[in-house]
Design a protein around this ligand. Structure first.
Ligand SMILES: [Fe+2]
Length: 323
């Protein structure tokens, strides 16, 4: 178990890390980090979804869509059935479900599922919370149309729709279900394999989801004052962080907030699978360019070339190594 601090949120201890907890019939939700900026990046919610239907049911459970919002969920226990755009497929622990704006979607949970999400462009409407307070404090007014009219858009950009028809497909044939064993691309370095899991075009150009699979002893050092904030999800393994001179160890199911400008480095203690939920560095383009030069013109792969490539694609890693 990791010790929580201002940068580290261990999802194994929800009693400590969950802020703004809401317990509903279908789910328990805890807020880990808030949305930031015009696209609402770096938003992370931890959720436990409860059973909401019966095995084999045809009719889509909780059918809905988002006008603008994108969601990425880590399935961290058990399994669910994802209904999406006419398909139905099973997502199990270790999978990642990526949902785009305008996709019809529904989920069938048959037992409790740890469902960790990150979102962007997912508008929330503050009127709903204020209307909710009135209903909580004055239950007699709960069905008052005048009150409900004050929050016409509900809590967030999550909109009900008709249950839609689906045919079952194998998990690998459902593009919304990702897994690091089926990345778009994978790039090998000593002690580290970089996997491109969700490309920028699957996120309206706003972010990407990449995963570093790192071996024990692998080290990475960031540039002196990293211009971009990062929000890591260490899904498994053990990593020692140095964040602005403060050292701590994160292990499986930990979210690590790395604010911009704060000098940082890591050392991997046990084989680790780590994602950047912020997704701002253009790793996919950087790694494609790097691999291309290495293949076609290796003599061009100098420190200057690498530096220029990193700047162009906002890569904040200064050096990597093995301890
Ligand atoms: Fe959704």
């Amino acid at each position: 178990m990791a010790e929580n601090n201002e940068f580290l949120f261990d999802l194994k201890t929800p009693e400590i890390t969950w802020k703004g907890v809401s317990h509903g019939g279908a789910s328990d939700v805890g807020s880990i980090t808030d949305a930031e900026g015009e696209h609402g990046l770096y938003w992370c919610l931890d959720t436990v979804m409860h059973k909401n239907g019966e095995e084999g049911q045809e009719k889509t459970p909780m059918p809905h869509f988002h006008w603008r919002g994108y969601e990425t969920f880590f399935v961290d226990s058990n399994y669910l059935w994802l209904y999406i755009d006419g398909m139905k497929a099973k997502a199990t622990k270790g999978d990642i479900v990526h949902l785009q704006a305008g996709q019809s979607q529904g989920m069938l949970f048959l037992e409790d599922v740890k469902w960790r999400g990150t979102y962007h462009d997912f508008d929330t409407y503050p009127e709903a919370a204020d209307v909710g307070r009135v209903k909580r404090m004055l239950p007699d007014l709960a069905d008052d149309p005048e009150l409900n009219a004050l929050s016409p858009r509900g809590f967030m950009d999550s909109n009900p729709m008709e249950p839609f028809l689906c045919r079952e497909v194998p998990t690998e044939q459902c593009p919304a279900i990702k897994n690091i064993s089926r990345p778009h691309a994978s790039y090998e370095f000593p002690g580290c394999s970089m996997k491109i899991v969700v490309e920028r075009w699957e996120n309206g150009g706003i972010k990407e989801l990449d995963c570093a699979v790192m071996e024990p002893g692998f080290t990475a050092k960031w540039v002196k004052y990293p211009p971009l904030r990062e929000l890591f999800y260490l899904r498994s393994g053990k990593v020692k962080f140095n964040m602005g001179g403060k050292e701590f160890v994160a292990d499986d199911e930990c979210v690590i907030n790395a604010p911009r400008f704060l000098p940082r480095s890591i050392e991997v203690l046990e084989k680790a699978e780590m994602y950047d939920l912020g997704g701002q560095p253009y790793w996919s383009l950087f790694l494609q360019s790097y691999a291309s030069i290495k293949h076609y013109e290796p003599e061009r792969l100098t420190a200057e070339t690498l530096d220029a490539l990193k700047k162009r694609f906002k890569i904040q890693i200064e050096s990597i190594g093995m301890k």
